[in-house]
Design a protein around this ligand. Structure first.
Ligand code: RP5
Length: 162
């Protein structure tokens, strides 16, 4: 079995439809990852253990998604030096602006690379993780370049009525 180099964590099962976007993209790019539900509020001990062991287990990037009072990415960044990419999950009450503000406004010293709200942010989190890993992995760099070129090539030059 391949050792995961990316950890995709989320505050709740209800975040999975958003974070699945990150998993799908990592599958496409051939990046090994693991997925876990780790809640800053409901399972704080799980959060602590995950952060404490992340580096020694070989994780190189952590993608952390949460909604509302979204403390998971920031708390994970407090616990590990492994880079944390934060995904603000879209919420019903405040459309994810609450999640975004909870994740982005970190104090000096403990950064979270904060993505856009929702599924676009989750996809970009995977691409950010792949870009970081590609710095040391030429084969992944080639796959990522090809993915980006294919996306670019898929964009029509002219608008269409259909
Ligand atoms: C957060 O609360 C989770 O990240 C989730 O986005 C939100 C709602 O969680 P559930 O009540 O759906 O489990 O901790």
């Amino acid at each position: 079995m391949t050792v995961p180099v990316v950890g995709i964590i989320m505050g709740s099962q209800s975040d999975w439809p958003t974070l699945r976007e990150a998993a799908t993209l990592l599958d496409e790019l051939g990046v090994a990852y693991e997925t876990r539900i780790v809640s800053a509020h409901r399972t704080p001990d799980r959060l602590w253990d995950y952060g404490k062991t992340a580096a020694e287990r070989g994780l190189q990037v952590i993608i952390a998604g949460a909604g509302g009072a979204a403390h998971l990415p920031g708390m994970m960044a407090s616990k590990t030096r492994v880079p944390v990419v934060g995904v603000p999950v879209q919420t019903k009450a405040l459309s994810g602006v609450d999640s975004l503000y909870s994740i982005v406004q970190m104090p000096r010293g403990y950064p979270v690379a904060t993505m856009a709200i929702g599924v676009a942010g989750a996809a970009n989190a995977a691409l950010m993780a792949a870009g970081i890993l590609a710095l040391q992995d030429p084969a992944l760099a080639t796959r990522l370049d090809a993915w980006r070129a294919a996306l670019s090539a898929s964009i029509p030059e002219m608008p269409s009525d259909v």
